[in-house]
Design a protein around this ligand. Structure first.
Ligand code: IPE
Ligand code: IPE
Ligand code: MG
Length: 264
């Protein structure tokens, strides 16, 4: 309400980030924000640097955005870090990407503990190198009692693989007599996905100007609000997230029905 009165009269650009945060918090904040972090390679190329330098800079953006998401009161932040298709990249790049969680979680863990952040992951951990798995499992174990922001890494994640696993899980239960065919509802499918314990994403952000989903959360995104920006992931900052949230807060989520004035 405050924001509606305010934003009609005031150009948001003239407000400080703190003022914009306060206004954003006076409206519903998306519970779950999912981000397709794209453009690391192009960021590096623009600077005549190797692609991996872009990935390293992108890791710092994850830290910055985790802090900000936690300050904003977002419940869950899912970051797409490595897709099931990214194995197609040169081995040296894949190796570098697989070492990043070790560095990220090693250096950022104390701060995540202070900020009450819980680390989780979706995707198949089995194909990840042992050091990547260990960093993830250690961080998940250490933060498992934290009750603040869930920082959910999608690592070796592919939505189609996830849906196939969910189907297999349900079929096994049918074979064992734990489920009947009639039990297979939307809720049942949702409960068999790796995101079962998370709210559905309210807002999806993809950086770098690409306008596609690249096998990310295909089931979960059915009614998610989408935000695409040309900003490359290493350049993405607090103001960019705030802009996406402010835009989200102006949208009318109808879920196929009618809302607001149209219902009268
Ligand atoms: C995103 O940046 C990170 C991963 C996919 C791992 P890219 O590496 O895809 O960067 P571009 O798209 O080549 O610029
Ligand atoms: C999507 O980015 C995957 C991640 C961000 C981890 P890509 O750069 O791999 O996607 P495409 O190949 O451009 O679709
Ligand atoms: Mg890319």
């Amino acid at each position: 309400m405050l924001k509606k009165l305010f934003s009609k009269q005031i150009n948001m650009d003239t407000l400080s980030v703190e003022e914009r945060v306060a206004l954003a918090k006076s409206e519903p904040i998306p519970a779950h924000v999912a981000i397709i972090m794209d453009g690391n390679g192009r960021w590096a190329k623009k600077r005549a640097m190797p692609r991996v330098a872009g990935h390293h800079e992108g890791m710092k953006t994850v830290q910055k955005i985790t802090r900000f998401a936690s300050d904003l009161g977002i419940q869950a932040l899912t970051v797409y870090a490595f897709s099931t298709e990214n194995w197609k990249r040169p081995k040296a790049e894949v190796d570098f990407l697989m070492r990043l969680p070790v560095e990220f979680l090693g250096s950022f863990l104390p701060e995540m503990m202070e900020r009450n952040v819980r680390v989780e992951m979706i995707g198949n951990p089995e194909l990840l190198p042992a050091h990547t798995q260990k960093a993830l499992y250690d961080a998940m174990e250490e933060t498992k009692h934290n009750t603040g922001l869930v920082l959910n890494f999608a690592l070796n994640y592919g939505s189609r693989a996830e849906i196939i696993d969910a189907m297999k899980g349900m079929l096994e239960k049918v074979q064992e007599g734990e489920l009947t065919i009639q039990d297979i509802t939307e809720e049942c499918v949702t409960a068999h996905l790796m995101t079962a314990h998370l709210p559905e994403p309210d807002l999806l952000i993809r950086t770098s100007g690409e306008v596609r989903l690249s096998n990310f959360m295909l089931w979960q995104l059915a009614y998610t609000e989408l935000w695409f920006t040309d900003t490359l992931w290493p350049d993405f900052n607090e103001k960019n997230l705030l802009e996406a949230i402010e835009n989200y807060q102006k949208r009318n989520r109808r879920y196929g029905g009618l809302k607001g004035e149209e219902t009268t």
